[in-house]
Design a protein around this ligand. Structure first.
Ligand SMILES: O=C(O)CCC(=O)C(=O)O
Ligand SMILES: [Fe+2]
Length: 284
C-alpha cells in the first residue's frame, strides 16, 4: 500500500494533507488548483506539434553541452538519458525550457506562461512544506526562499513515442529513478504509465485525473531536510498496446546554485555530481 493523497488546493487544511503525503510517500497529487486547464491543453498541443515536426527542424534546437549545467533545448531519442545504474537509455525525446534559455521555436507560444504559473504554485507548495515541517524539524531557511526562479528551474516537455516492434530488452519509457532537484510539479500525462515504489519495493500506479498536478520530492529537498521529505523512486512503464504516444510535462524546481543543502554539498556541487552519473554532463 502507498498512501499517496490527492489534495484539494482550496481545502483550508491542504498544507497538512500535502505535507503528510510528501513525508510518508514523497508524492502528492494537487487538484482544484488555479492554473488554467485551457492553458495546460494549449501547451500540450504546441509540444505535440513540435515533436511531430521532421528531425531536421527539431535538431535546430539541439541542446549544447557547453551551455552551462542544466542545458535548455531539444534532446533527441538517440541521446536520451540513462537512469542511474541502468545501461539502457529511456525511450523518449524531450525539450528543456527555461526563460533564460535560447529563443523557442515559433510554434511554442504558451509555455512561458505555464512555466510562470507552475513556478508560483511551486513556491506556495513550498510554503506549505515549511509550515508542515516547522513543528517537527528546524530547517536552515524557509524552503520557498531558496528557489531559483530562472535558469536552473526547467520545464521539460516529454514525448514518449509509440514503441518500436523490437524494444531492446529492459528498455523502458523512463527507467526507475529519483529526481535530482528540489521538488517536481508534473502536469498529468496524456496516458497512464507512471508508477512509484513503496518501502517494500512494490510498484503502484499513479493515476492523476486530467489537469491535476503530481508533486514529488527530489533528492535536493531530501538533502536539505536531512531526509525528512525523501525522494521516491518512480518510473514510466511501457504500455501493452504500443501505438500511442505519451506526453508529460514536469517542472523541475531547483534551488539557487549557492544554496548550502547540507554540510556536504551546495546545490551546484550536488547537481554536477548527479548530471555526470546521468551522462548529461561530461565527466571531465
Ligand atoms: O512522464 C512522467 O510521467 C514522469 C517523468 C519523470 O519522472 C521525469 O522526467 O523525471
Ligand atoms: Fe522523474
Amino acid at each position: 500500500m502507498i498512501n499517496l493523497s490527492t489534495v484539494d488546493y482550496k481545502d483550508p487544511n491542504a498544507y497538512s494533507v500535502f505535507g503528510n503525503s510528501m513525508r510518508d510517500t514523497g508524492f502528492a497529487i494537487i487538484c482544484n488548483h488555479d492554473i488554467s486547464y485551457d492553458l495546460m491543453d494549449n501547451v500540450y498541443e504546441e509540444w505535440k506539434m513540435f515533436f511531430n515536426m521532421p528531425d531536421d527542424y527539431k535538431s535546430k534546437f539541439l541542446f549544447q553541452r557547453e551551455y552551462g549545467v542544466v542545458q535548455d533545448g531539444f534532446y533527441p531519442i538517440s541521446i536520451s538519458e540513462k537512469a542511474k545504474g541502468y545501461n539502457h537509455s529511456d525511450i523518449k525525446e524531450f525539450y528543456h525550457f527555461s526563460p533564460d534559455g535560447r529563443s523557442l521555436p515559433d510554434i511554442i507560444r504558451y509555455t512561458n506562461i505555464l512555466y510562470n504559473d507552475l513556478l508560483d504554485l511551486a513556491v506556495t507548495l513550498l510554503t506549505w512544506l515549511s509550515r508542515h515541517i516547522g513543528g517537527h524539524y528546524s530547517i536552515k531557511q524557509p524552503l520557498e526562499e531558496v528557489v531559483d526562479r530562472s535558469c536552473q528551474t526547467i520545464l521539460r516537455a516529454i514525448h514518449y513515442p509509440p514503441l518500436p516492434d523490437s524494444v531492446e530488452q529492459h528498455a523502458m519509457r523512463a527507467a526507475p529513478h529519483e529526481d535530482i532537484n528540489f521538488i517536481t510539479l508534473l502536469i498529468a500525462a496524456t496516458e497512464p504509465g507512471l508508477e512509484v515504489q513503496d518501502k517494500h519495493k512494490r510498484w503502484h500506479q499513479v493515476s492523476p485525473k486530467k489537469h491535476s498536478i503530481v508533486v514529488n520530492a527530489g533528492d535536493m529537498l531530501s538533502e536539505f531536510t536531512d531526509g525528512y521529505y525523501k525522494s521516491t523512486t518512480h518510473r514510466v512503464i511501457n504500455p501493452q498496446d504500443s501505438n500511442h504516444s505519451r506526453y508529460s510535462m514536469p517542472l523541475f524546481v531547483h534551488p539557487m546554485f549557492d544554496v548550502k543543502l547540507s554540510n556536504r554539498y551546495t546545490a551546484k556541487q550536488y547537481l554536477d555530481e548527479r548530471l555526470k552519473e546521468l551522462g548529461l554532463l561530461s565527466k571531465t
